[in-house]
Design a protein around this ligand. Structure first.
Ligand code: GDP
Length: 143
């Protein structure tokens, strides 16, 4: 079992797609280990997407990710990073395969419904961005 960081992005939250996306993910065998509805500040969105700073779409991306609440999730299953990437589909919904989350729910390349970590290393960093280790451990520890 391993983990990935997913975010249901502001477009999907606003369009009331969070429940449908969570159901899709649970059907795919992912277990929701943590979830939190958050409104990112500009500084937080800039830091989360630091790797894209300087790209033409970076200002639009930061604007979009701060435009409303989003729902970060820690998801667990075997081969979590690769399987999640397959389930969400290509960045641009116009290029995403039939039945993928982005094909089903994304509006455009920018407003594309969900985020997903692209490696185990980035999953660890991104999970830590939203969920402190002690908080995660506390969720599933002994009652
Ligand atoms: P991902 O890993 O599939 O999310 O894609 P990337 O890491 O390449 O890009 C990160 C995010 O930036 C994407 O999910 C989009 O929300 C946004 N993005 C990427 N390319 C573009 C673009 O050409 N235009 C706009 N508006 N947003 C983009």
């Amino acid at each position: 079992m391993n983990r990935t960081l997913a975010i249901i992005k502001p477009d999907a939250v606003e369009n009331h797609r969070s429940g449908a996306i969570l159901a899709h993910l649970e059907r795919e065998g992912f277990v929701v280990r943590a979830a939190r509805l958050v409104r990112l500040s500009r500084a937080e969105a800039e830091a989360f997407y630091e790797v894209h700073r300087g790209r033409a779409f970076y200002p639009d991306l930061v604007e979009f990710m701060t435009s409303g609440p989003c729902l970060p999730l820690v998801l667990e299953r075997d081969n979590a990073v690769a399987h999640y990437r397959a389930v969400i589909g290509a960045t641009d919904p116009a290029e995403a395969a039939e039945g993928t989350i982005r094909k089903l729910f994304a509006e455009s390349k920018g407003r594309n419904a969900v985020h997903g970590s692209d490696s185990d290393e980035n999953a660890t960093r991104e999970i830590g961005f939203f969920f402190p280790e002690h908080e995660l451990a506390g969720l599933w520890g002994q009652a």
